[in-house]
Ligand binder design. Sequence first.
Ligand code: 5GP
Length: 122
Amino acid sequence: MAETTLFTRIINREIPAEIIYEDDLCIVINDISPQAPVHMLVIPRKPIAKLADAGEDDKSLLGHLMWVAGEVARQAGVAESFRLVVNNGLGAGQTVFHLHLHVLADSQADSKSSETFSESNI
Ligand code: 5GP
């Protein structure tokens, strides 16, 4: 049987996290080690190890995760300027093998249009 992932343990409330949003398909939490003023993780309840492992039957779930990313960015006030990052595989820097989308933004992004969000390590 597949090992329970760290994010499944967060979803099951076995490990605490700052939960921003959840629905029947996914959860959004604040990253424990933020690389930007706003750094959220959109995580499907389904423990797909990495993006390249998603099947054809996961297409609507992947679309839903993208929609949720925009929704939580709106809620955080950064809808005009944010980045989405998915690390796929060890070589790309993936450390938690449960698919997740990083939502990264400058918390002032919507109010300071002259300043741009700098590069992060993600
Ligand atoms: P990856 O490197 O796999 O793309 O991203 C994994 C992310 O999960 C990292 O940004 C890391 O800081 C975050 N992370 C790892 N463990 C925890 C945890 O226990 N709680 C939270 N909220 N984030 C975590």
